[in-house]
Design a protein around this ligand. Sequence first.
Ligand code: ZN
Length: 138
Amino acid sequence: MTAPTTYEKPLPVKTAENAPYWDSAKAHALALPRCCACETWRYPPTPYCPKCLSDQTDWQEVSGRGTVYSFIIVHQRYDPSFAEDLPYNVTVVALEEGPRLVSNVVDVHNQDLRVGMPLTLTYDDITEEFTLPKFRPA
Ligand code: ZN
């Protein structure tokens, strides 16, 4: 998808801690933090590994394969900029690596969403700086 000229929805805030996430999404090669000592995926990012307490983290690209873990269909407009999207899904995606991402599933009718549905990562270039990781049926 190409970046629209204007994007009216709220934008992410890039910080030192999450910059690798947004930069890898922009490069269409989403990466998540992984413990250098025991290889446990550490997403959401944590200063210490919950398994071995190491503070050494590396960001590694994920496969982009996952399944629907859970989802809701939003019918209520909470922000005026989302009005045209109603109703839309907010989906918890279980990546095959283990971490779960909150995202949207595109290219599917909301009534066809099912827990366990195989998904693949896709990218929505919303501005010159930001790309949102989204998913579509595999
Ligand atoms: Zn570890």
